[in-house]
Design a protein around this ligand. Structure first.
Ligand code: C5P
Length: 398
């Protein structure tokens, strides 16, 4: 995802500097060419050798034990970079950059670059909340510098509060957001539904299905990476929410119906990837049903069909539905396209190897309302998500 990208990672002197090793390692695994610049203080927490072993490139430092990189080379770094990542960023480096001070390798190189700069502050809460630091951050934001918000939690100094460096995967995903893809969905609003719904029988039992949310989350993430403003309405799942996406958690099909209908008119593309429960118990028992009374008879009633309702309210947006079956897949998909007034139906057979719930891959046939030929897709859910979004976006420009 980062092949051909040059990233300069600047490591400054905080206890979180050790996490930068794993950030750099992930960036390298994703195909980026990474150069590391490390301050004298950071080198007290983590050695240049750790970074050099991963990047296979000399580390630029303010010290002279490492192979020396000349001044010219370090300006060249500033010029070739697609992104500068300052991770972790101390109050000191933020203050220096905000005030035009260039007195070490990191501050000098950052000043010399025209590449986007992504800053990950990490420090004690009082330092982070200090109005001088906040003022410096605001100032840098006004110049276009970007920030990764620190997490809240227990800090190395023993206090509780905001200032912790986010976990490496969050930082890496933010880097992907910045430079991994062309932002061809910029300006578009995308609504995605994902995961199963739970239809309560009593306070502890429910009817649900095996959806893990992976396909819908992949669509939401791909849309966000491509620059769209994304809202994800999600049933209960145990996967990490995609970065840069607004997540609305729901439990039942009726919750999902309300969450979608309250917002639907704002969106250019809607992708209904959720495995919405078709039926729910007619009533939910107030207390747990006792086993001693024997198996209860549960009367089911129909849930609202969200996709069909969106199809009725169609407007000019692109509407994508999914169809998952164990037989007569393409016939059902064609019928859904028609009945629900969708533009695209992504059909997948639960029995096909590599398709369906829980897998990281899918095998999908896309059916189009405008009469185009069907499209057969197989690959990672991320790859399939990209094709679905590309096809949906094409419909908007017609
Ligand atoms: O009718 P069926 O459930 O097979 O249709 C699947 C498509 O319809 C999926 O896109 C799913 O998210 C959507 N759906 C819905 N509301 C329901 C059931 C399914 O929006 N109650």
């Amino acid at each position: 995802m980062l092949k051909g990208k040059n990233i300069v990672v600047c490591v400054t002197g905080g206890i979180a500097a050790f996490k930068a090793v794993s950030v750099v390692s992930s960036l390298v695994k994703l195909g980026a060419a990474v150069d590391v610049i490390i301050t004298r203080h950071a080198a007290e927490f983590v050695t240049p050798l750790s970074f050099r072993s991963i990047t296979k490139t000399p580390v630029v430092t303010d010290m002279f034990e490492e192979p020396k990189v000349t001044e010219i080379e370090h300006i060249a770094l500033a010029e070739k970079a697609d992104l500068f990542l300052i991770c972790p960023a101390t109050a000191n480096i933020i203050g220096k950059i905000a005030n035009g001070i260039a007195d070490d390798m990191v501050s000098t190189t950052v000043m010399a670059t025209r590449a986007p700069v992504l800053i990950c502050p990490a420090m004690n809460t009082n330092m982070y909340e200090n109005p001088i630091v906040q003022g410096n951050i605001e100032r840098l934001k006004s110049y276009g510098y970007k920030f990764v918000e620190p997490d809240s939690g227990r800090l190395a100094c023993g206090t509780e509060g905001k200032g912790r460096l986010p976990e490496p995967y969050g930082i890496v995903r933010r880097v992907l957001m910045e430079i991994a893809c062309e932002k061809d969905l910029n300006g578009l609003k995308v609504l995605v539904t994902a995961g199963p719904t739970r239809e309560a029988i009593d306070p502890v039992r429910y009817i649900s299905n095996g959806s893990t949310g992976k396909m819908g989350y992949a669509v939401a993430e791909a849309a966000a990476l491509r620059g769209a403003e994304v809202t994800l309405v999600s049933g209960p799942v145990s996967i990490e929410p995609p970065l840069g996406v607004e997540v609305i958690d729901i439990i039942s099909a009726e919750d999902m119906y309300r969450a979608v209908m309250e917002r639907e008119s704002e969106f250019d593309i809607i992708v209904m990837a959720a495995a919405v429960g078709d039926f729910r118990p007619e009533s939910r028992a107030e207390n747990k049903i006792k086993k001693a009374a024997g198996p209860p008879e549960i009367k089911l009633t129909q849930n609202p069909d969200i996709l069909a309702e969106l199809g009725r309210r169609k407007n000019r947006r692109a509407l994508v539905g999914f169809c998952m079956e164990t037989r007569d897949l393409l016939e059902s998909a064609a019928e859904k396209l028609e009945k629900k007034n969708a533009d695209i139906i992504a059909a997948n057979n639960l029995n096909t190897p590599g398709a369906g719930f829980g897998t990281d891959t899918n095998v999908v046939t896309l059916l189009f309302r405008d009469g185009r030929d069907r499209m057969e897709l197989s690959g990672s859910k991320a790859e399939i998500a990209d094709v679905i979004l590309t096809e949906a976006a094409k419909l908007l420009s017609k």
